[in-house]
Ligand binder design. Structure first.
Ligand code: GLV
Ligand code: MN
Ligand code: MN
Length: 420
């Protein structure tokens, strides 16, 4: 029975690899090439189509909302009971792994298959969701689909966001056939549960098969464009340069140094990363004219995120004085750190005990649509181990027995939540 989930993950995991190929075990991984399926790409369409076909196979009614989120519903038998929704996302980072997001979607599908085979009578409706653009790898904002779903970002604004090819989200969704017209309000939803790989080293190092998430760290992104002056690398004297990359490199160092300082001095869980840098025009014999940078700041405490963000923005604004460059800062929506619902944490814990699977409570350093959902409905997350704690990279892997433990627990928890 468990092989179906494995087959789905292997099959869907070929989309976004170049060339498309099946990765069935850790040894198949290629450290240079992972999956690339940002929202709106052909690979993103293929994996969505694959998931929708599986949902239809089990007789679920599938609907696409106006931001491209996919919903599939199994009705409950007690009328008036609110839904329990489970799911995750199918887009990926640039060069990621086949489990991030996809595991939560295909595990939800497998859970509903098992419930159907057992002829389980769910009191509440049970729904699957696939969120649009969780990774922010195409449209510049993480947790896009859930941010619109909870009303924190307007649909109109979101649909106008452009990717680097200048295509709007609306055009991109239309092109792949996922610009729907369904409107999903959340007032008939009681619970949300997301199964996911941990993406960090805790479970793997402790050899514990299940993590139950209590808090999800917040995410603040800072975009900065540093404008210097492009010029000849051979003829421009060192004291006459406005080198945008030299200025940007100060910020790379600053983010790392300040986050480390906070960890040491405050004992905080702060992390800061300059993960993205585009250098223009990017020629060996040209003084860099412009640099675009993407800075990622996280903590489970909001005030720590805010402190690091403030210090980084100040450091960027200092660059003009030091290097004569101009700097522009854009701050996309901040995703707040969120505690998850103790009722769901306890329901997952109880389900794990019923199944005899060991678990531990933990926090999530990664961001998830669950943190948006947690602002509206009672929300929980199930984590399974990531080999060597690696994720957002081609060597991301989760062992098949851990996948099976996770889906067993998800299924059991759905049963329990369905009658709570
Ligand atoms: C989402 O995957 C994030 O944590 O960046
Ligand atoms: Mn994810
Ligand atoms: Mn991710």
């Amino acid at each position: 029975m468990e092989n179906r989930l494995k087959e789905d993950l292997i099959e869907a995991g070929k989309y976004g690899r170049d060339p498309e190929r099946l990765v069935t075990c850790y040894e198949d991984l290629d450290p240079e090439r992972g999956v690339i399926r940002p929202t709106g790409t052909v690979a993103n369409k293929k994996i969505r189509d694959y998931a929708v076909a599986r949902m239809i196979e089990i007789g679920l009614e599938v609907r696409i909302d106006k931001i491209g989120n996919i919903f599939a519903k199994k009705e409950g038998y007690v009328s008036g009971k609110k839904s329990v929704i489970c799911g995750s996302h199918l887009d990926s980072v640039i060069n990621g792994g086949q489990f991030d997001g996809a595991l939560g979607v295909f595990a939800a599908i497998e859970a509903l298959r098992r419930l159907k085979e057992e002829e389980f009578k769910n009191e509440r409706p049970i729904e699957i969701v696939v969120f649009t653009g969780e990774e922010g790898s195409a449209f510049g904002l993480t947790l896009l689909g859930s941010t619109v779903l909870i009303g924190k970002l307007s649909l109109e604004e979101a649909l106008k966001i452009k990717n680097k090819e200048g295509k709007t989200l609306s055009e991109a969704l239309e092109q792949i056939g996922y610009l729907g017209n369904f409107t999903r309000a959340l007032d008939d939803v009681e619970y949300f549960i997301e199964m996911h790989i941990e993406q960090g080293p805790v479970l793997y190092n402790k050899k514990i098969p299940i993590g139950i998430v209590e808090n999800i760290a917040g995410i603040a992104w800072v975009y900065a464009t540093i404008m210097g002056e492009g010029n000849h690398a051979g003829t421009t004297p060192m004291n006459m340069r406005k080198d945008a990359l030299v200025a940007a490199s100060d910020i790379v160092q600053f983010v790392n140094r300040y986050a480390n300082k906070m960890v040491t001095e405050l004992g905080s869980a702060t992390v800061g990363t300059v993960g993205k840098m585009n250098v223009f025009p990017n020629g060996t014999n040209i003084v860099p004219a412009r640099v675009e940078m993407g800075i990622d700041i996280r903590d489970v405490k909001f005030e720590n995120m805010e402190l690091l963000k403030k210090k980084v923005v100040e450091a960027i604004n200092e660059l003009e004085k030091i290097y004569g460059v101009k700097a522009e800062v854009t701050l996309p929506i901040t995703h707040l750190p969120e505690p998850l619902a103790s009722e769901v944490v306890e329901a997952i814990e109880k389900s794990a005990k019923q199944l005899g699977i060991r678990s531990t409570r933990m926090n999530s350093g990664a961001g998830h649509d669950a943190q948006n959902m947690a602002t509206k409905v009672k929300t929980g997350m199930i984590f399974v181990p990531s080999v060597r704690g690696i994720s957002h990279a081609p060597m991301e892997w989760t062992d098949w027995e851990d996948v099976e433990n996770g889906v067993k627990l998800l299924t059991e928890t759905l049963k329990n939540l369905s009658s709570m």
